[in-house]
Design a binder for this molecule. Sequence first.
Ligand code: VGL
Ligand code: ZN
Length: 179
Amino acid sequence: MKALLIVDLQNDFCPGGALAVKEGDKVIPVINKIMDKFTIIVASKDWHPDDSIHFVKWPKHCIRNTRGAEFHPDLNTKPINKVFLKGTEGKDDGYSAFQATNENLEKYLKDRNVDELYVTGLATDYCVLQSALDAVKKGFKTYVLTDGVMAVNVNEGDGARALQEMKEVGVALTNTQSI
Ligand code: VGL
Ligand code: ZN
């Protein structure tokens, strides 16, 4: 069984948001279009308390229950079966969707016989990277859909390096045309 994971497609990571990924919203129609290929669709949300230590490193973003933490309005949220909240602990936590605290993502997927995980969303060089690395560690055959992710690129080339790192541990890089 395969599942689609949509990482952090929230207002604050899209143009106009507090920690905007340049052209982050461009992946939304790409992701909306492939949803009908999956029966299991899960999404993560960065969901920080207002005073998180995480904000020593980053501008304040995705404060729980604020507009910045909501999904981008163009994302088709109807087919999403479950939302996983991460970065909830006030630490520099929650780069991986597998660190969600409201529900255990690994258990959720394994309980539903998922063995293949297709990863999309934001940002390639942080939460997509850590989620994909964890997915491999937990034994999922892991795919990253390269046209369905976008990088922050704090340093030039971070996105490309992240894809390379994923590839080296066994993540399959593919695109939405091939699924
Ligand atoms: C993320 C930086 C800080 C992400 C979250 O979703 O990739 N990046 N918090
Ligand atoms: Zn964050």
